[in-house]
Design a protein around this ligand. Structure first.
Ligand code: CTP
Length: 404
């Protein structure tokens, strides 16, 4: 899945022949799952029509500060709102004229005023003739714009509209997309980190049709996996039986059923991981023998002999090298003491404590109320939050660990 999925892109088109390529660029943004809003300089409308870009972006295209409504009442296109809406601004093509104005703070059109109001990262794809591209004033504009924190997507070499051949062609739309994706990914706080997350219940078979399980839905682990992937991590989600699906297709999902299968899958990947977050509700006991045939009703009472399952997290703690190990503790009494015992017993760096005494915490709920306890037993209690927000809080701890 593209990192542009769900992102809001403000595309500023200035007046050069390369503007015709923005039709393809808008299509690629939409294909990557981004939302696109196009701004045009008045001159750019000679090269590509606003109708083309409005149709492809599925949004009205703005180029003037003032906009005449059908009833004759003019409305103002608020450049500040447009700038604040965007996650990223992309100016493509950026002509020598627009570059120079941007470098000097001129804002005599809507695109330039919006650029000047923007707080998001701005990417600039210049396009001009080769001599203009090499001119000292253009180079000066590049230097200034980069100093201001903008990113230049270098022009490519090739045939130019003037008939000359050389550097100055706007980067091809697919290369602009690839540049943005790589740059966004590089700047994500968990880029390059490998995170293993366990989720859901485990089912321990009694016979071919029955099992011992629990009420875990897996939501906490799935939210963690989605959010971690959004933050740039490479995520492996090892999940017990659940109907949930990950929305972020870059997450590798390994489906397991029993605690032994979850144990084997965790150990298969563990050595190459940087972080493990164990959110699964693993069964603590499993039937000693699994009946090959369906068990029939007997006259009297019936009992099943249970044996302990392997403690997956404790086994990972025992084999720990550099991994950051985060466990959950679901407690109903003596919460803090029990959680601290688990930190020691399982060699954890951090434990996420949920108490079933807290309203809104636990299985099957969309919310969770947690307390962090670190390996030095420092406690931090959080408010009742949605599981997505709790996932972000947990991942912020991971980010702090790597960026401390
Ligand atoms: N865990 C595990 N393997 C098990 C049991 C638990 O990996 N066989 C992990 C869980 O994923 C969780 C943590 O250990 O991150 C604590 O789970 P919890 O059920 O609260 O504690 P238990 O260790 O099972 O102890 P108890 O049930 O006695 O509280």
């Amino acid at each position: 899945m593209s990192v542009l999925q769900g992102k809001k892109i403000l595309l500023g088109v200035s007046g050069g022949i390369a503007a015709y390529k923005t039709a393809f660029l808008v299509r690629l943004f939409i294909k990557a799952g981004a939302e696109v809003q196009v701004l045009m300089t008045p001159a750019s409308k000679d090269f590509v029509t606003p109708l083309t870009l409005a149709t492809l972006s599925k949004n009205p295209v703005y180029s003037e500060f003032i906009h005449a409504e059908e009833d004759g009442n003019p409305t103002w296109n608020n450049h500040v709102d447009l700038a604040l809406w965007a996650d990223f601004m992309v100016i493509a093509p950026a002509t020598a004229n627009s570059l120079s104005k941007m470098a000097n703070g001129t804002c005599d059109n809507l695109l330039l005023a919006t650029y000047l109001s923007s707080k998001c990262p701005v990417y600039i794809a210049p396009a001009m003739d080769l001599d203009m591209y090499k001119h000292p004033t253009t180079l000066d504009s590049f230097t200034k714009l980069q100093l201001f924190g903008n990113t230049i997507i270098p022009a490519e070499s090739g045939e130019l509209a003037s008939g000359l051949s050389g550097e100055g062609r706007m980067a091809e739309p697919e290369n602009i997309i690839a540049f943005l994706e790589a740059d966004i990914l590089k700047n994500l706080p968990l880029n390059g980190k490998k995170i293993l997350i366990t989720a859901g219940p485990t089912y321990e078979a009694i016979d071919p049709v029955r099992f011992i399980g629990n009420h875990s839905t897996g939501k906490m682990g799935f939210d963690l996996a989605n959010e971690a992937a959004k933050l740039g991590a490479e995520v492996i989600l090892i999940s017990g039986p659940t109907s949930l699906k990950v929305s972020n297709t870059s997450v590798k999902v390994v489906r397991v059923v029993s605690s032994q299968e979850m144990y084997d899958a965790c150990h298969l990947y563990y050595n190459s991981m940087d972080v493990v977050i164990a959110a699964a509700a693993v069964a603590d006991f499993t039937p000693k023998n699994v009946a090959v045939q369906k068990l029939k009703k007997t006259e009297g009472d019936f009992s099943i002999e249970l044996v302990k399952t392997k403690d997956i997290l404790a086994s990972l703690g025992a084999a720990k090298k550099n991994q950051l190990l985060i466990g959950f503790a679901l407690e109903t009494e003596n919460e803090l003491e029990n959680a601290k015992l688990k930190i020691e017993k399982k060699n954890l760096d951090l434990i996420v404590l949920n108490s079933l005494n807290d309203e809104g915490a636990g299985f099957g709920k969309p919310t969770n109320k947690i307390t962090f306890i670190d390996k030095d037993f420092k406690e931090e209690s959080m408010e009742l939050k949605s599981k997505e927000e709790v996932a972000i809080d947990i991942l912020n701890k991971v980010i702090q660990h790597f960026h401390a």
